[in-house]
Design a protein around this ligand. Structure first.
Ligand code: F6P
Length: 327
């Protein structure tokens, strides 16, 4: 297979802190190897519409520290159609692009893999999502930053919870994955953590909260992943607790999209830089239809089919630690 001379990069799906650092690394690796580079705006939608811009090493100055993605992101319904993907292929060809780097989550990789299958067009992925729900990488870009944002927010909630002897239910992001809830919950000292991977039931939560009260705790924080079955209606859950445990004064905070914004942590900047360079290295070695991730802290590649979620298991040891330290 001939080596690519021109590489395109895009960000797709929910944005994540560190995406800019990843784009920067791809662009600078291209410059380092004397390859041309183009940015595609608005993810696969911009690819379908031919929204391309040439990028050189200086185009990505002063962005390593910036949240969001300057290339913008989108979830493209059109790319799910054969017609849409044909248009995308046409634009890549007419712009003389030889290979594509996609930065995003499992939906992005699923689309990229179909695209590769249809057109045999070289494509490599970089995991960028706050959810950390991708196989084949120790961490996804944005996850560490989102965790720090969540913990900082919960620390503040703890101050007011403690002043008023209240119980706070705090919802964090993670549609299908409990990684943010579990780790932010441990880091912020939550009494209980509810995650989608573990359906524990409302009664068990009541029992646990009763025990907490009896053990002398004056305020409590329950961290709930948005995808958790009993937490899905967090205000309904608050009413249920109020009805059944009248001794508790309950409040709800939904952290929402603040977890997706803000400057990336140093860890995410370094991770994004390593994976961005790794993606260009992989394309130059002739690899494609793979995601570049970090396995045991080594830059590695896994086929898209393995990266896409499904068996991202939650760490049982973390669940045990959370239970023990909240006693
Ligand atoms: O996949 C990242 C994520 O932030 C999830 O945690 C969340 O459920 C979802 O995106 C929200 O998506 P949107 O910004 O489209 O509402």
């Amino acid at each position: 297979m001939k080596k690519p001379k021109k590489i395109a990069v895009l960000t797709s799906g929910g944005d994540a802190p560190g995406m800019n650092a990843a784009i920067r690394a791809v662009v600078r690796a291209c410059a380092y190897y004397n390859l041309d580079c183009v940015g595609i705006y608005r993810g696969f939608q911009g690819l379908i519409e031919g929204d391309f811009k040439t990028l050189d090493a200086r185009s990505v100055k002063h962005i390593i520290n910036r949240g969001g993605t300057f290339l913008k992101s989108a979830r493209s319904k059109e790319f799910m159609t054969t017609e849409g993907r044909k248009k995308a292929f046409h634009h890549l060809k007419s712009n003389d692009v030889d290979a594509l780097v996609v930065i995003g989550g499992d939906g992005t990789f699923a689309g990229a893999s179909i695209f590769y299958g249809e057109f045999n067009f070289p494509v490599v992925g970089i995991p960028g999502t706050i959810d950390n729900d991708i196989n084949g990488t120790d961490f996804t870009i944005g996850y560490d930053s989102a965790l720090n944002t969540a913990v900082e927010a919960i620390d503040k909630i703890r101050d007011t919870a403690n002043s008023h002897n209240r119980l706070f239910l705090v919802e964090v992001m993670g549609r299908d994955a409990g990684d943010i809830a579990l780790n932010a919950g441990i880091g912020a000292g939550a009494e209980e953590i509810l995650i989608p991977e573990q359906n524990l039931g409302r009664e068990r939560l009541l029992e646990s909260l009763s025990r907490s009260k009896k053990s002398g705790k004056s305020s409590s924080i329950v961290v709930i992943s948005e995808g958790d079955q009993i937490g899905k209606n967090i205000f309904g859950l608050a009413d249920y607790i109020k009805e059944n445990l009248t001794e508790y004064e309950v409040r709800v905070t939904v952290l929402g999209h603040i977890q997706r914004g803000g400057a990336p942590s140093c860890y995410d900047r370094v991770l994004a830089s390593r994976l961005g360079v790794g993606a260009v290295d992989a394309l130059l070695k002739g690899e494609n239809n793979v995601m570049i991730g970090l396995i045991h802290n080594k830059v590695s590649s896994v086929p898209f089919s393995k990266a896409i979620k499904g068996s991202n298991e939650i760490d049982e040891e973390l669940i045990r630690v959370a239970d023990i330290i909240s006693v």
